[in-house]
Design a protein around this ligand. Structure first.
Ligand code: SF4
Ligand code: FES
Length: 257
């Protein structure tokens, strides 16, 4: 099939960007990224700059791929990362518009690549437990109720891609942050630093310039891992509980619950 692409090209963070038109040849078995690889082969062959885009695992697990395709984060298929999107979704002659994530907290670095280090800083502010890990403990040493384990695993499915931010009219990162907070809050190992963690991660999220949640629900619809907006309610509850306690006490004492 032959396709017409409109692709955002921007040589550097401060340079102005613009859409450029390209023609692409693809077959239905190609992934979306393989289709872009082919376009880039052609550009390189003609001595032009290839289109920069993020990718790593190409298996739907790393969260690196991040394209706004025809106005939808990760494209038209629900619960599917860009790298798992295949060209069988398209027809001969289709025009496809490809843009980077659009959010002030994710500045464009080049073409379709954005800087998502704001997510790393949110994780670094509290998305961990500080207990010494040592060797793997006996599986039955700490019993975890099945319901809690399921909820923790659902939240842990977040791959940090940022589609939730890109899809949200407020560019809110609350689905991402809520998933990380919820994941640890449902496990016994996460209890000791639970309140300190939620305060630090929400503060960092605000500091990075992400917007607040006003319940559009676009994040949940765009999320390739189907993270539920329940995690946002859970994070808000934990945040409220933590702020009702003395924040300075909590920050200074890992053991406060
Ligand atoms: S919550 Fe979903 S959309 Fe947001 S970063 Fe995690 S996996 Fe991506
Ligand atoms: S490249 Fe890893 S999830 Fe798409």
């Amino acid at each position: 099939m032959r396709l017409k692409l409109k692709v955002w090209r921007q040589p550097s963070p401060d340079a102005p960007g613009q859409f450029r038109n390209y023609e692409a040849e693809a077959n239905e078995h190609m992934s979306f990224l393989e289709m872009l690889d082919e376009v880039n082969e052609g550009l390189i062959g003609r001595g032009e700059e290839p289109i920069a885009f993020d990718h790593d695992c190409r298996e739907g697990i790393c969260g690196a791929c991040s394209l706004m395709i025809d106005g939808r984060a990760h494209g038209p298929r629900q619960a599917t990362t860009t790298c798992q999107l295949h060209m069988r979704e398209y027809n001969d002659g289709d025009e496809i518009v490809i843009e980077p994530w659009r959010a002030a907290a994710f500045p464009v670095l080049r073409d379709l690549v954005v800087d998502r280090s704001a997510f790393d800083r949110i994780i670094a502010s509290g998305g961990f437990i500080s207990a010494a890990t040592g060797s793997a403990p006996d599986g039955n040493a700490i019993l975890v109720p099945k319901d809690s384990a399921e909820l923790a695993m659902d939240a842990a499915a977040c791959i940090g891609c940022g589609a939730c931010v890109a899809a949200c009219p407020n560019a809110s990162a609350m689905l991402f942050t809520g998933a990380k907070v919820s994941h640890l809050a449902h496990l016994p190992q996460g209890q000791a630093e639970r309140h300190r963690r939620v305060l630090a991660m929400v503060d960092q999220m605000d500091e990075e310039g992400f917007g607040g949640c006003t319940n559009f629900g676009e994040c949940e619809a765009a999320c390739p891992k189907q993270i539920s907006i329940d995690v946002i309610a859970h994070m808000n509850r934990d945040y409220l509980r933590a702020t009702l306690s003395d924040r300075s006490d909590i920050r200074g004492n890992a053991g406060v619950m």
